[in-house]
Design a protein around this ligand. Structure first.
Ligand code: AMP
Length: 428
């Protein structure tokens, strides 16, 4: 299949060619003709499959303006769960629309709303936004009655992050006849319920097995004691000549701790999580993309929307609390058919979590040990049942969090969240 055969117009074909895309990916082959034919879509596609172009290219084609045509109101909205992903989508759309007349704007929280309104006043065709910020603009008078297309990108993640209410509010505000394209990495009950609400006779596109990880990723879990994890990580980075690694922790506290530890080891590393201010996060991301940083330590908030070309290694320093997040994390590697490796460092407690992950991805992850870092067999506690083991595992985390906050408030510049109610978003 070629991009020409999908019915794309010349300015888009030229842009794709300049980006070096030779052939469409599966999701692009299937989605582009459907979007052009105005069908609603329910697609299960992970990041890395080329889904941004799958919806971005046909939307740009539908909304392109002819010479002299002026339109001031928004005609498409792309909602995404994070600022980073929104910015990434905006960048992609800017590349795709290089040879045509379409105005795109990104509206995310953490940026000045007045200057965003000023941009909107100049006339914008496509908005890429996080749901909360988009609603704020609607409440401030943004005209939405000419919207033809709504995209819910990474819908499962938006629901997980508590955006259900916002999406339910936004949907009825749009014209009855608009087209909705829903993309989700997983096929959860929540997503199914949302799809029933927002989609009309959708075409279903399933590009990979239910919740399966991308085929080109080599997955392995190394068994190691909790207190040896940092040393094993440093050893792996040093001894295996990894050019760059994205390392995931479960909590902001562990991310902070690990970041400081790796810095002490002399590694050039960066840190991204929900408490790091947006400009700092973007700067770190750019430094990582430009190879000035070797190790990027991140919580799950960063597992979406990071589009880093040819990232070969992802290390789960801690497994995620939700098994589905494993799919999102390892989706950072093996992108668009390239090979990647996902390594999980698992301690005795996480041996149970990895089983849950294997059930979700429908694959067995081989468990190995690294010489010199074998777990101490005497701390295996076969007589404790799984539930109490897991409960025990969670306890020290809380304790550590309190201790850490006390000790290190000046070490890493974070936004104080004392006054805010703790929400699920804060854990990211
Ligand atoms: P996405 O799933 O949209 O985040 O895309 C993942 C990566 O694949 C991005 O770096 C895209 O630039 C790249 N990509 C998307 N479509 C293609 C294609 N047809 N050929 C080669 N690379 C692509």
């Amino acid at each position: 299949m070629s991009f020409e055969k999908l019915g794309l117009i010349k300015p888009l074909l030229a842009a794709i060619n300049e980006l070096g895309y030779e052939n469409p990916t599966t999701i692009q082959t299937r989605a582009i003709p459907l979007v052009l034919a105005k069908s609603d879509i329910f697609a299960t596609a992970q990041t890395g499959t080329g889904k941004t172009a799958a919806f971005g290219l046909p939307i740009l084609q539908k909304l392109r303006k002819t010479e002299g045509e002026v339109g001031r109101n928004v005609r498409a909205v792309i909602l995404s769960p994070t600022r980073e992903l929104s910015i990434q989508i905006h960048e992609d759309l800017t590349h795709f629309s290089k040879h045509m007349k379409v105005e795109c704007a990104v509206l995310v929280g953490g940026k000045d709303i007045i200057s965003q309104q000023r941009i909107l006043k100049q006339g914008v065709d496509i908005i890429i936004a996080t749901p909360g910020r988009f609603l704020e603009h609607v409440e401030n008078g943004l005209t939405v009655n000419e919207i033809e297309v709504l995209v819910l990108d990474e819908a499962d993640r938006m629901l997980d992050m508590g955006f259900t209410k916002d999406i339910r509010k936004i949907h009825p505000l749009l014209p009855k006849k608009h087209q909705t394209l829903l993309f989700s990495a997983t096929y959860s009950d929540k997503v199914r319920r949302l799809s029933k609400l927002v989609l009309r006779s959708p075409a279903f596109i399933e590009t990979s097995k239910k919740n399966s990880t991308v085929d080109t990723i080599n997955q392995v879990a190394y068994l190691v004691d909790t207190d040896k994890k940092a040393a094993l990580l440093a050893y792996l980075i040093g001894s295996r000549n990894y050019p760059q690694v994205l390392v995931f922790t479960r909590t902001k506290v562990s991310a902070n701790e690990l970041f400081l530890e790796l810095q002490k080891d002399g590694l050039k590393c960066g840190l991204i999580h929900g408490d790091i201010q947006q400009p700092k996060r973007l700067k770190t991301l750019t430094q990582f993309k430009e190879m000035q940083i070797k190790v990027l330590v991140a919580t799950d908030i960063a597992s979406r929307g990071l589009d880093i070309e040819e990232l070969p290694y992802v290390i789960n320093y801690e497994l995620p609390s939700v098994p589905e997040d494993y799919v999102h994390r390892v989706g950072r590697t093996g992108r668009a058919g390239r090979n990647g490796e996902a390594i999980s460092l698992i301690d005795i407690y996480e041996k149970f979590d990895i089983r849950e992950i294997e059930i979700v991805i429908g694959q067995k992850i081989p468990q190995e040990t690294v010489e010199g870092f074998e777990p101490d067999p005497t701390i295996r506690r076969k007589d404790i049942d799984e539930t109490s083991l897991k409960a025990e595992h969670k306890k020290p985390e809380k304790k550590r969090e309190r201790q850490y906050n006390k000790n290190t408030s000046n070490l890493v510049k974070t936004r104080t969240s004392k006054k805010r109610k703790t929400t699920k978003r804060d854990q990211k």
